[in-house]
Design a protein around this ligand. Structure first.
Ligand SMILES: Cc1cc2nc3c(=O)[nH]c(=O)nc-3n(C[C@H](O)[C@H](O)[C@H](O)COP(=O)(O)O)c2cc1C
Ligand SMILES: C=C(O[C@@H]1CC(C(=O)O)=C[C@@H](OP(=O)(O)O)[C@H]1O)C(=O)O
Length: 392
């Protein structure tokens, strides 16, 4: 399967197309909205999340609650555009406008502003902001949530938790990384719903009081924060992915998905960089045979060897850099006058890690779904179930 997104952060709406989902998969706007809601929660988020209420509308490819094996098209409103009718429809007009629109000429270090204008030869940073913005992740999560539903149908679950924000971290994960079973926490931005499903609330951002205090401090200082998160995927069968070509190895494909997410600067699988400090006996997972199946005493490989799943939980860690837009300015250069200036502030998240974790959880789903479909795929979930009887 593959997907594409289109849309600008302050344009009227975002659009997505998912191609390659098998027929017969239950897919609802509610299931997609759940992931979208999680993506909007968490301490440290900025003002925009207070008024956007992301809900994707399914406009094709689903009939009576199930996919038809056709492309699925989604659309989602940008409330920012519709709420500020005097501004954004003019600033983002698809036809020339008479008014002189104020240009943005002060690039923010760390954002795509300067490289974007250099690349596209713009004299205004506005178009760069509009597409490089993590607003795009709203539609990306919507598309990937469909792949996540497919994985869930076959008993494959994705969870994630935050392990570090700035200087504050959970020490526990260090201790558990030599065990075969990773800690699967409640997860970031866990939801709870009333019995009649009329109300869904975010009950846990997955961050400690110390982390909250650190975010408060950095907000007060006019600065920002990133952090480190861990994603665990359970229920994966052994043997999906391959070492037969460089561009089909699962480690590589998963890393690409993680690193394609805005503000990501690093990714690890299993014990990751720690493996470089240890000697081999303390890295490789010894093989056992019990109850007619292979097992491992540890899971330092993070569920992958040779670009193929081992059947153990997949463990991925990623690092997000601090948000580039900060209240206290940094030095920059005006792209028109070339004079040295200070950056200007605009509405921004201070720490978007709880939101970004949800994005990454979802963006790895199509990678895993593709590897799964390559081995067990068919035109319908019924056909796949015949090939993959292990479901649940
Ligand atoms: C969920 C999420 C929210 C983000 N929110 C902001 C934000 O409010 N302000 C900001 O300057 N950058 C934010 N970013 C980061 C920028 O989008 C990102 O740094 C920028 O697009 C440049 O791309 P790069 O960091 O991947 O090089 C966010 C990223 C994510 C994943
Ligand atoms: C809109 C989203 O995140 C945005 C990501 C973002 C950036 O520069 O990446 C900047 C902010 O946008 P705005 O300037 O409109 O407030 C965030 O709110 C979203 O996640 O839906």
């Amino acid at each position: 399967m593959r997907y594409l997104t289109a849309g600008e952060s302050h344009g009227p709406e975002l659009t997505g197309i998912i191609d390659g989902l098998p027929a017969g998969l239950p897919l609802s706007e509610d299931a997609i909205s759940r992931q979208l809601f999680r993506r909007q929660q968490g301490y440290g988020r900025g003002g925009r999340m207070a008024f956007e209420q992301d809900k994707a509308q399914i406009v094709s490819g689903v009939r009576f609650g199930k996919t038809m094996g056709h492309p699925v098209a989604l659309k989602m409103i940008n409330r920012a555009y519709h709420k500020d009718k005097d501004n954004w429809p003019v600033v983002m007009s698809s036809v020339p406008v008479k008014d002189q629109i104020e240009k943005i000429t002060l690039p923010r270090p760390g954002h795509a502003d300067l490289v974007g204008v250099q690349k596209f030869r713009f004299d205004d940073i506005r178009p760069v902001i509009e597409r490089s913005s993590a607003r795009e992740t709203a539609m990306r999560v919507a598309c990937c949530a469909a792949a996540r539903e497919l994985l869930g149908f076959f008993g494959i679950q994705i969870g994630g938790h935050i392990i570090q924000i700035g200087e504050s971290g959970y020490a526990s994960w260090e201790a558990v990384r030599d065990t075969a079973d990773p800690v699967i926490s409640e997860g970031g931005n866990a939801l709870s719903e009333t019995a009649d499903k009329s109300e869904v609330r975010c009950i846990d951002s997955g961050i400690s009081e110390q982390m909250v205090a650190e975010i408060k401090k950095r907000r007060k200082d006019g600065s920002s924060l990133g952090g480190i998160y861990e994603i665990v995927v359970t229920g994966l069968p052994a043997g999906i992915g391959t070492y037969t070509q460089w561009d089909r190895k699962l480690e590589g494909l998963l890393s690409q998905a993680v690193m394609s997410t805005q503000a990501m600067k690093g990714v690890e699988v299993g014990i990751g960089f720690e493996a470089g400090k240890r000697h081999g006996r303390n890295v490789h997972d010894e093989i056992t045979w019990e109850d007619d199946q292979y097992g491992r005493r540890t899971n330092r490989a993070g569920g992958l060897e040779g670009g193929i799943t081992t059947g153990q939980p997949l463990i991925i860690r990623g690092v997000m850099k601090p948000i580039p837009t900060m209240l206290k300015p940094l030095q920059t250069v005006d792209i028109v006058s070339k004079e040295s200036r200070e950056t200007r502030y605009e509405r921004s998240d201070v720490c978007a890690l709880p939101r970004a974790l949800v994005v990454v959880e979802n963006v790895i789903a199509p990678v895993l779904a593709n590897a799964f479909l390559e081995k067990y795929g068919g035109d319908s979930v019924g056909e796949i179930s015949e090939r993959y009887p292990a479901r649940n």
